[in-house]
Design a protein around this ligand. Sequence first.
Ligand SMILES: [Zn+2]
Length: 107
Amino acid sequence: MSANSSRGGNWPRIRKLCFLTYGTVCHICNEQIDMSLSATNPRSPLAPSVDHLVPKANGGTDTLSNLRPAHVRCNSMRVNQLNTPPTDTSRNWYPNRIPATDDSEDW
Ligand SMILES: [Zn+2]
């Protein structure tokens, strides 16, 4: 239905273009990314990945200008930083059970 469904086919190309455009140095830790891991060990923490400068959750897009090369490790560290609260009381972030309001609530 929406134009968003086109991601599947284009992503590998965009990803490749990102490395061609910005090189193979991680934009987070500034160290070289071993591109051969992409074929031999894509799940390695040092394997190449493409990071979104503006996370998709925040409205970021898959356009080249929003993408930078990053290690899998650095990429996921950054995602965690963005997604987790600064304190370790993550429990508090889960909304408390809101008592169900019965039909007594009338506007
Ligand atoms: Zn890195």
